[in-house]
Design a protein around this ligand. Structure first.
Ligand SMILES: [Zn+2]
Ligand SMILES: [Zn+2]
Length: 526
């Protein structure tokens, strides 16, 4: 078909619906390359254009219009239903076969919804700038491409847990081994300005034209990593997995937990990357993800004993794993609660009951008597267990989580609470004493470090390092910033009352689910 005939036909039949033109059903592309198993939309679109003897960009600009954004975005992730329907119609291939090419078709398997947010959990970003790809989000297996009749790109290769080819036993590649350009099949026909060259395919480097099927650069993959990936593949394709004693765990819950474990694990191994709030495993490059998978494999293999060993080896395990997590699925939360439960075998009210009974029966309480009468080692003579570092970290982790999802005055109050609670605890101050702290006890120069400090302070010295940031970034925004009090409330006079401090603390405990571990401000600071 010649371009000018196409043009005339489009002129007659095309009508406009927003950006997408709907064509009469009589307009069909003459060649119909069938979608292949697990194929990506972009891969099939390149094959289809080339099958017609056209360059990819001009073929689609011609049929869909130049104003439809295709190659300057991640078209596999952001293809509207209208566009998919139109492409299906023009290609003469049923919609039921075209729709599964998009990454939206696997929503609810590894990730929930790939169109939401700037970054989709587990989906590798392409680093799109104009029509270029600046990140290695399009991975591939050279041997798979070599075995294909028509080389094509797989949806699975876009997922962050995929680092190997479980069929060929090799580590995937994400760039041309010769010139290190990322795979960009839509650009493979751009080198020659005129006609479409022969022999182009999804398997060619768009920069140096190396046939990626010929490369022997892929490394042999570690068996444990491949076993792990096979488990991920099963969970992804079946939508459920048997893991952690749960017979039918939903794949989304499974992958959400793996994400939390991976972020905590990454802090303990040598890679150049650090995952933080909002930055996930999909931001790592292939090499780092592969190293991460090597370390992750043994953890999941003997669940939960190997994970518990890792948990034991980190300083503040609860916050180590949960600090940056948006979602902690129940199966993982269960393991993480065990970390805290180990410290106290009995709930405090149980301890108090035993102590009271021992006292009533024998006239005085000792741990030895309690053990003899009740068979439980209640230990301490105090009516409640000490608030330990894990409790502190758990409360701070909850505060950080609340801070991250709040804004304006609410956020400021929470930041103040965080500093206030820690100040009171480290100084062993009552609510009234904390409310009466004045700013002149804490004078700091303006050029002091203004970034939010990271590690939770455990000493007066460490707390001092937080104060410049607190006074400049948090306290200064209160109405009463000119007053003398260190901790301010929103009221004009600024001074916090001890009852406000206690109330805020109690409400934080309740929201964090810690009221059984910490019994109030007095317990926290004793
Ligand atoms: Zn392969
Ligand atoms: Zn190249």
């Amino acid at each position: 078909m010649h371009a000018d005939t196409c043009h005339r036909r489009r002129g007659v039949w095309a009508r406009s619906l927003g950006n997408v033109r709907i064509l009469d059903s009589a307009v069909r592309w003459p060649v119909h390359p069938q979608p292949l198993p697990d194929e990506l939309l972009s891969s099939w679109m390149v094959r289809t254009a080339h099958a017609h003897g056209f360059k990819t960009e001009s073929f689609y600009a011609h049929w869909l219009g130049r104003d439809v954004p295709l190659w300057n975005r991640d078209i596999d992730r952001h293809c509207s239903d209208e566009l998919i329907a139109q492409i299906a119609k023009m290609s003469g291939i049923p919609l039921a076969k075209i729709a599964p090419l998009s990454l939206q078709s696997i929503d609810g398997q590894t990730y929930e919804n790939c169109t939401q947010g700037a970054f989709c959990p587990w989906l590798l970003p392409l680093g799109i700038r104009h029509r270029l790809r600046l990140k290695g989000g399009m991975q591939f297996c050279p041997q798979c491409l070599a075995e294909d009749d028509q080389p094509y790109l797989r949806k699975t290769w876009r997922l962050a847990w995929a680092t190997t080819c479980t069929k060929h036993g090799c580590v995937l590649l994400d760039r041309c081994p010769q010139c290190h350009t990322f795979l960009q099949a839509h650009r493979v026909d751009m080198k020659n300005k005129g006609f479409l060259e022969k022999g182009l395919s999804n398997a060619k480097c768009c920069e140096c034209a190396l046939d990626l099927r010929m490369t022997s650069s892929s490394l042999k993959a570690n068996d444990a990593v491949m076993d792990l990936q096979r488990m991920f593949e099963r969970a992804h394709h079946q939508g459920h997995v048997s893991f952690a004693g749960v017979e039918d765990m939903h794949s989304l819950a499974f992958f959400a937990g793996i994400r939390v474990i991976a972020a905590g694990l990454l802090k303990t191994i040598e890679t150049k990357a650090v995952l933080g709030a909002g930055i996930g495993i999909e931001q790592l490059d292939l090499q780092d993800r592969y190293v991460l998978m090597e370390n992750l494999a043994p953890l999941l293999q003997a669940w939960p004993s190997n994970f518990m060993r890792l948990v034991d080896s980190v300083k503040n395990p609860y916050s180590h794993f949960t600090k940056d997590a948006n979602v902690i699925p129940h199966w993982l939360a269960t393991e993480l609660t065990v970390i805290r439960r180990d410290k106290v075998l009995l709930p405090p009210e149980e301890v108090r009951f035993i102590q009271n009974m021992v006292e009533a029966e024998t006239g005085s309480y000792t741990a030895k008597k309690a053990l003899k009468i009740y068979g439980r080692d209640v230990g301490s003579k105090t009516a409640r267990p000490i608030v330990d570092n894990d409790d502190v970290e758990a409360l701070i982790a909850w505060l950080d989580q609340s801070i991250s999802v709040s804004s304006d005055e609410q956020r400021r109050d929470l930041l103040r609470d965080k500093v206030l609670f820690l100040t009171a605890r480290i100084g062993k101050l009552s609510a009234a004493a904390t409310a009466s702290l004045t700013l002149d006890l804490h004078k700091y120069s303006i050029d002091a470090e203004d970034d939010a400090p990271w590690e939770t302070p455990g000493s007066r010295e460490a707390l001092q390092r937080w104060m410049p940031w607190y006074t400049h970034q948090v306290r200064s925004a209160y109405r009463a910033a000119d007053s003398e009090w260190l901790f301010l409330c929103r009221a004009a006079e600024g001074k916090m009352s001890d009852s406000l401090i206690s109330a805020r603390f109690t409400s934080a405990l309740r929201s964090a689910g810690l009221e059984r571990r910490i019994h109030g401000f007095g317990h926290w600071t004793s």
